[in-house]
Design a protein around this ligand. Sequence first.
Ligand code: NAD
Ligand code: TYD
Length: 349
Amino acid sequence: MSKKILITGAAGFIGSHVARLFVIKYPDYKIYNLDKLTYAGNLENLKDIENSPNYQFIKGDIVDASFINNLFETERFDAVIHLAAESHVDRSITNPLEFVYTNVIGTVNLLNAAKNIWKDDFSNKRFYHVSTDEVYGALGAEGLFTEDTSYDPHSPYSASKASSDHFVRAYHDTYGLPIVISNCSNNYGPNHFPEKLIPLCIYNIKNNKPLPVYGDGKYTRDWLYVIDHAIAIDLVFHSGKNGDTYNIGGFNEWQNIDLVKTLCKLMDIKLGREIGTSEKLITFVKDRPGHDLRYAIDATKINKELGFYPSVTFEQGLEKTVDWYLSNDEWLSNVTSGNYQKYYQEQYN
Ligand code: NAD
Ligand code: TYD
């Protein structure tokens, strides 16, 4: 069936993998990529599909309500997959308002525009909001986040995502807008901006720079390969129940310090260095304020209802990721020139 699908933030890390999957797998769909191209948005991520007949890029800001309303009036999208966001916790600590504008107001602008063009007939329409497990707050040593876990965000980033999730549900409950939400664990893989732990460590190991581990390194995250997240998004988009929430994860918890050591070993092998060389770069640095101790997703619902399971193990995914970074020097040097250096200085020195 032919559909016009707006994917927001598709020049970013996860969005680019989702857009590629949809453009290739569904030639009958027309995929529109709406992106402001912030520091995190990069059209290089979509070079291989940019000339596909069913793909179109639109540069624009979701915070600009009149632009968004006009765009929806003109294009009459059938569905929205909303990924555009400010996504880095450390930046949210420095500049929380930016996160309120994009993540909260930007989301409400999209909800309004979708409601206005669909209000006479909600059938075959869908507003899919892509969110994070960070809305649930922090776990202790035990337990997992389920779809029923109460929201308890701690960082300005997670508070803004929690707020946007609440607005999406409010539009469903109040106006009947057909929605679905997914909350995923930490992603890793190709095209990840090197401000996040895994690509930052790969970049620093390659360049013999210190590997900044916050606090004692005992914080735990649950990691999913980005292409598996895109596969899960495809399943939720097509088969998720109207109004429902799906947690996405692969039962893959790692303490940061163990993850960084594993990465060091893999990089030593790939770079032909003596094992143990990269580990010497590990440097414990000042902790992140309000640092959540542990995230871990219970993915039972999406396993059982939609048959989602990760396609790669963590070892396979990490090796694919390292190989990608080592063979995409130009991408890495483009995104780490200019403003990245300034950001790095301010964050780590
Ligand atoms: P990212 O920072 O790599 O990409 C965000 C994209 O949004 C960029 O292309 C950026 O240019 C665009 N954007 C930002 N502000 C915009 C605006 N005002 N208007 C239009 N476009 C704008 O983020 P990501 O890691 O790909 O995350 C995508 C989504 O998935 C986010 O909503 C995030 O909360 C969610 N998520 C991320 C993870 C993760 O581990 N990265 C995990 C779970 C959920
Ligand atoms: P990050 O990749 O920023 O994702 P999130 O904060 O959304 O989980 O961080 C992952 C974990 O790694 C988190 O516990 C913070 C930690 N971390 C470091 O120890 N050093 C770093 O330089 C960064 C960026 C993160």
